[in-house]
Design a protein around this ligand. Structure first.
Ligand code: DAH
Length: 339
């Protein structure tokens, strides 16, 4: 029996040392120490031994068991260690590989310039207000001195939702909304989308953007209008920008004007950018009509004001030398990523 135990020990040791993974080690454990294992078999048959032999063989069997158990534990630890280092090797990270770049988005050119314009007016103490794009005829036309049969309405045909509700053709209606709510002094700009039922081409779109401006206070004059707008353009295009005011007509301002900036490409000579004119139209403006003030509950004897409306697309096109308005709305990354 001694020999048998010795043989079990030697065989188990060899097998344990040769086993390469946890599964193989466990199979050996079951085969030797399990319920039906070789060593267990020997212990079960101890009954057949003589009383003198029994303690000797019993002790030897226990030693064999604890030696096998100790080796088993050792091998389990070693195999685990080996498996870990194998995995670490296999899953090694190359920290020197270049990372995956996420393409960074950026602001649309219209938003970039709008932000710049807002910054300039905020710096002059204006606040930024919003008005509705679906607007009442009253605010878009009537309250701006454009009654139902006014011929100037023809140039601003739009999308009517009902007889009284339409998509606004201009941001000027926000002037009225602001004056109804707020008493002077007022200094506000209101950027936003406007709509006209124009056919799409390189310079027309049924949707475009305007920035409205309004100043109302005691003693506001045309000089304030000119000074404010000149400062705005100089911030936008540089200190050496030359501007001119041309008389014009808008029903809601009197007098009215259009402001041009001298072409910054040719300095008035006339070139492709300014279409040979030497000047670039920037905005419409004027002194708020007394009728409009009165309609909003502001006494024109006490207060006066000026207003202006900037076409955003036009100045962005000139800024970036873009010759087709449609590019702004097509969301083609080949276009947008250039700005
Ligand atoms: N709303 C005008 C347009 O769409 C632009 C404009 C002109 C706005 C004069 C004004 C203004 O506030 O005073 O053509």
């Amino acid at each position: 029996m001694k020999e048998a135990l010795q043989a079990i020990l030697t065989k188990a040791q060899e097998q344990l040392r040769a086993a390469g993974d946890l599964k193989a080690l466990d199979e050996i454990r079951v085969a030797v120490l399990g319920k039906k294992g070789e060593l267990t078999g020997i212990l079960k048959s101890m009954g057949k031994l003589s009383p003198e032999e029994r303690p000797v063989i019993g002790q030897l069997a226990n030693e064999v068991r604890s030696q096998i158990e100790a080796l088993l534990e050792e091998r389990i630890a070693e195999v685990k260690e080996e498996e870990l280092s194998r995995r670490l090797q296999a899953e090694q990270l190359d920290v020197t590989l270049p990372g995956q770049r996420r393409p960074l988005g950026k602001k649309h050119p219209l938003t970039q310039v709008l932000d710049e314009v807002k910054e300039i007016f905020l710096g002059m103490g204006f606040s930024v207000v919003q008005g509705p794009e679906v607007e009442l005829d009253y605010y878009n036309f009537e309250a701006l001195n454009l009654p139902k049969d006014h011929p100037a309405r023809d140039t601003q045909d739009t999308f009517y939702i009902t007889d009284r509700v339409l998509l606004r053709t201009q941001t000027s209606g926000v002037q009225v909304r602001v004056m109804e709510k707020q008493k002077p002094p007022i200094r506000a700009i209101s950027p936003g989308r406007v709509y006209r039922s124009d056919a799409v081409d390189a310079t027309h779109s049924p949707l475009f953007h305007q920035i409205e401006g309004l100043v109302v206070d005691k003693g506001v004059t045309m000089a304030d209008l000119k000074g404010t707008l000149e400062i705005f353009v100089k911030h936008l295009y540089g200190n050496d920008t030359v501007v001119r005011f041309r008389p014009h007509h808008f029903p809601f301002t009197e007098p009215s004007a259009e402001m041009d900036a001298q072409c910054f490409a040719c300095h008035g000579e006339g070139c492709r950018l300014c279409k040979g004119e030497g000047w670039i139209e920037i905005l419409g403006c004027g002194m708020v009509h007394p009728k409009v003030l009165r309609g909003c509950g502001i006494d024109p004897e006490e207060y006066s004001g000026f207003a202006f409306g900037i076409g955003l697309e036009r100045i962005v096109m000139r800024n970036f030398n873009i010759d087709d308005l449609r590019l702004f709305y097509e969301n083609d990354l080949r276009f947008l990523s250039q700005f």
